[in-house]
Design a protein around this ligand. Structure first.
Ligand SMILES: Nc1ncnc2c1ncn2[C@@H]1O[C@H](COP(=O)(O)OP(=O)(O)OP(=O)(O)O)[C@@H](O)[C@H]1O
Length: 253
């Protein structure tokens, strides 16, 4: 057995699961659907007219899936992602999340679900510029209401998961674009969400850094049991997706 394989195998065994169980993912909730989108439409009133942006979207995301939404600029990807994250609501149709009628909840209920079970990553990283990587991740735990006694262990764990253990005390301007995006990922997963929504997370990165971010995504799907739904323009990263939905003019083709 090659050394890298052995180390990987030992790490996996240390993780409490056999190599086979990880590669086949035979955990009981494997095929469970986490997110269902039923005939969702979104219209906006614009200057006396109605702009029909989403035109009957049907999709689902299962546990531990990496799902990508691809499509040209203006096709409606961000509008859909905003509805999936409860930052906006459909004009028609509904969205179910974790067996709950997410799009029909009150704003307050939806905010609670979003804070507890969802994490967000945006293309422009959204880090606090004066705080270190450590402090940025800690801030998200503070905002999520995680008890202070758990912060230290969880911050270290998240920064290690994204491969930043040697950069924990650097501030954003002392980090590369790819490293900043990894801090943003650590921040988004710190409160243990079950769904991560990412809008063009590799848009600002070159091909090598984009590949690293996708490797981090695959790692956190395995270790954190999270599902990821992301938008992208980048054809080179589509192959790592479990499922790709292609959007043209507000519809999937
Ligand atoms: N609040 C709004 N009011 C009016 N029009 C809107 C609103 N939000 C989005 N749109 C319009 O909906 C269309 C789709 O926008 P959206 O941002 O969802 O596309 P996108 O596929 O994410 O594009 P990009 O890749 O450039 O971000 C655009 O024509 C946009 O102008």
């Amino acid at each position: 057995m090659a050394m890298t394989q052995k180390i990987e195998s030992e790490q996996r065994e240390a993780d409490g699961r056999s190599v086979d169980s990880i590669e086949r993912d035979d955990r009981p909730d494997k095929d469970e659907v986490l997110l269902t989108v039923n005939q969702v439409e979104r219209m906006f009133p614009v200057g006396g007219n109605t702009l029909h942006v989403l035109k009957g979207i049907q999709m689902e995301v299962k546990r531990r899936q990496l799902v990508m939404l691809k499509g040209r600029s203006g096709s409606g990807k961000t509008t859909l992602l905003n509805c999936l994250g409860g930052l906006d609501t459909p004009s028609k149709g509904d969205i179910w999340f974790n067996k709950q009628p997410f799009s029909r909840m009150s704003d307050d209920e939806r905010t609670l679900v979003r804070r507890k079970d969802m994490g967000f990553i945006f293309q422009a990283f959204a880090l606090m510029p004066l705080l270190s990587a450590w402090e940025n991740v800690e801030l998200s735990l503070r905002m999520a209401g995680t008890p202070r006694s758990e912060w230290k262990e969880r911050v270290a764990e998240c920064l290690e998961l994204v491969g930043l253990e040697k950069r924990m005390h650097h501030r954003p301007f002392e980090l590369s674009g790819g490293e900043q995006q990894r801090v943003a990922i650590a921040k988004a997963i710190a409160h243990k969400p079950i769904l991560l929504l990412a809008d063009e997370p590799t848009a600002e990165l070159d091909t090598g850094m984009s590949a690293q971010i996708m490797a981090v995504f695959q790692n956190i799907i395995r270790t954190e049991n999270v599902s990821i739904c992301m938008t992208t323009h980048d054809p080179t990263i589509l192959e790592v997706a479990d499922h790709v939905y292609e959007m043209v003019d507000g519809k999937f083709i």
